[in-house]
Design a protein. Structure first.
Length: 125
């Protein structure tokens, strides 16, 4: 009942709201956030810049993997995983079988999503 009614998420949201109100009203002091702020200080934040060529390299490696692997074997192991997902068996041996056949993480996850769907938490305000 608690899970279905989002009780825990509501408690977390309420606590976060009370905390933020206390910080905003300065009932709770956070050094450097709402008190004792150095206006002259500008923090240097290093921005991570990833070379655009890396994406192309990763795509090329994935295409090569799919071209060079035994696609029939990969498909068969993914089908076995799909069947196992519909039962109550331990899925780990089936996942490992897929990995050994060079099925990609995305392919494995897609099979599981098709059977189990994807959890979407209800928003709490």
């Amino acid at each position: 009942a608690c899970i279905d009614q989002n009780y825990l998420q509501q408690e977390i949201a309420d606590a976060a709201y009370r905390y933020q109100q206390a910080v905003d009203s300065k009932k709770f002091i956070v050094v450097g956030v709402n008190e004792f702020i150095n206006q002259n200080e500008k923090p240097e934040i290093e921005i991570l810049k990833i070379d655009p060529g890396i994406e192309k390299e990763k795509i090329a490696r994935l295409q090569k993997l799919r071209r060079d692997r035994n696609n029939l074997m990969a498909r068969e192991t993914l089908d076995n995983l799909c069947q196992a997902c519909q039962g109550t068996e331990n899925l780990m041996p089936y996942v490992l079988e897929c990995v050994r056949a060079y099925a990609t993480e995305g392919e494995i996850i897609q099979v599981m999503k098709e059977v189990f769907s994807e959890y979407r938490e209800k928003p709490v305000f």
